[in-house]
Design a protein around this ligand. Structure first.
Ligand code: FES
Length: 340
C-alpha cells in the first residue's frame, strides 16, 4: 500500500503528521475529464512521462487551488507512480500548497536583504491585518500569506509578490494598501511583468497553458509596461562604455567538445592534435577583444592547458572527473587536506 506523506494512512503507519495534505473541503470543484485530458497533453511534451509531474501539480492547483488528495491520485494514475512518490514531490517544493489557498497568494520576502530593509515589518503588519500567520488564509478567502526566501529580486528589496508577480521596493504602508486593494477585488498593476490575475490563473500558466481567454490578451500581458530601471542599470552602463558580451559559440551544437579521437590538424602555431572543441575554443580566445572576454573564453577552454595558465592532468579531464587536484579542496569526500 502506498500512502501520501501526511495523509491519515501515512500518519497511522508512521505516527508522523507533520506534512499534512488537507482533505478536500466540501465546496472544492472536482477534477474533470478536461483536467485529465490536459494532464495527458502535458505528459506528451516529455520523452519521460514522469518529467511531467511538476507542471501537472500546477495544473491540479489551477483547478483546486492546492494539491488535493484527488490531484495526487490523478497524477499518480496518469504517470503510473505511487501516491507516495507524487506526495514526496508535492511536499518538497514550497510552490505546491498542501492546504487550499485564497484567491491570491501574497509572498513577503523575509530573507536577509529584504528583511533588513523592512521585509519582516511588512510581514508582521500584513499578518496582523489579515489575522493569519505564515501559510494561512484569511477568513474571507481572499489572501493566503506566506513568508518567502529570496525572490531573486534583491535589487528591488524589499519585495512582495502576489501570485508570483512583483511589487518592488515596498514599505509597510504600501504593502498594506496593496493587500487592502486585493481584498476589495482590485488588481493593482505589478511593478513589472504581466498584469495580475489570481493564484489559479498563474498556476495554469505554470502548467504551460495560457491563462488568458484569447491570443490578444496573452500578447498584451507579455507586452505590459514595467519599471525595470535597477535591472537595466548594468545594461545601460555597458552601452555607455561600449562593452558587449562575448559572441555565442557557433558550430555543431551536438558535437561534444572532446568527442572522439583528436584529429591531426596543423594550427597557425604549428601545434597538432587539437580536437574540434579545442580549436573552436582557441578561436574564441583569439577573437576576444578585451582582457575580460579573453579570460572568460580561456576559462571555458576544454583543456585549460598550460597555455591558459593550468597544466592538464595526466590522462585528461575525462579520466580524472575533475580538474581540481585531489587533496586540495577542503570538504570534498576523502580529498580534504591531510591531517597533520
Ligand atoms: S533577499 Fe529579498 S529578493 Fe533577495
Amino acid at each position: 500500500m502506498s500512502a501520501l506523506p501526511g495523509s491519515p494512512e501515512a500518519a497511522a503507519t508512521t505516527g508522523l503528521d507533520d506534512s499534512p495534505v488537507q482533505p478536500a473541503p466540501a465546496d472544492l470543484p472536482p477534477l474533470t475529464d478536461q483536467t485529465r485530458l490536459e494532464a495527458r497533453e502535458i505528459i506528451a511534451r516529455y520523452p519521460q512521462a514522469r518529467s511531467a509531474l511538476l507542471p501537472m501539480l500546477h495544473l491540479v492547483q489551477s483547478y483546486q487551488g492546492y494539491v488535493s488528495p484527488e490531484g495526487v491520485a490523478l497524477c499518480a494514475e496518469e504517470l503510473r507512480l505511487t501516491k507516495a512518490e507524487v506526495g514526496a514531490v508535492a511536499t518538497f517544493y514550497t510552490m505546491y500548497k498542501r492546504r487550499p489557498t485564497g484567491r491570491h497568494l501574497v509572498s513577503v520576502c523575509t530573507n536577509t536583504l529584504c528583511s533588513v530593509l523592512g521585509g519582516q515589518r511588512i510581514m508582521d503588519a500584513l499578518s496582523a491585518d489579515l489575522g493569519v500567520h505564515h501559510d494561512e488564509t484569511a477568513a474571507d478567502g481572499s489572501i493566503t500569506l506566506e513568508h518567502a526566501e529570496c525572490l531573486a529580486a534583491c535589487d528591488y528589496a524589499p519585495v512582495v509578490t502576489v501570485d508570483y508577480e512583483f511589487y518592488d521596493q515596498q514599505d509597510v504602508a504600501g504593502a498594506r494598501e496593496l493587500v487592502a486593494a486585493l481584498r476589495r477585488g482590485e488588481k493593482p498593476l505589478p511593478t513589472r511583468g504581466a498584469p495580475l490575475t489570481d493564484f489559479r490563473g498563474i498556476s495554469r500558466q505554470l502548467a504551460g497553458f495560457s491563462q488568458y481567454g484569447d491570443a490578444a490578451a496573452a500578447r498584451d500581458a507579455i507586452d505590459a509596461p514595467g519599471a525595470l530601471e535597477p535591472t537595466l542599470a548594468g545594461l545601460r552602463l555597458a552601452v555607455e562604455r561600449g562593452e558587449s558580451a562575448p559572441a555565442m559559440p557557433t558550430g555543431t551544437p551536438s558535437e561534444p567538445a572532446d568527442a572522439g579521437e583528436p584529429r591531426e590538424t596543423v594550427r597557425p602555431s604549428g601545434r597538432t592534435g587539437e580536437t574540434p572543441g579545442e580549436e573552436a575554443a582557441d578561436a574564441r580566445v583569439a577573437a576576444a577583444d578585451n582582457p575580460a572576454e579573453r579570460a572568460g573564453a580561456a576559462q571555458a577552454h576544454p583543456d585549460k592547458g598550460a597555455e591558459y595558465g593550468r597544466g592538464r592532468p595526466p590522462g585528461g579531464l575525462d579520466q580524472q572527473g575533475t580538474d581540481t587536484p585531489a587533496g586540495t579542496e577542503p570538504g570534498t569526500s576523502g580529498q580534504g587536506p591531510g591531517k597533520a
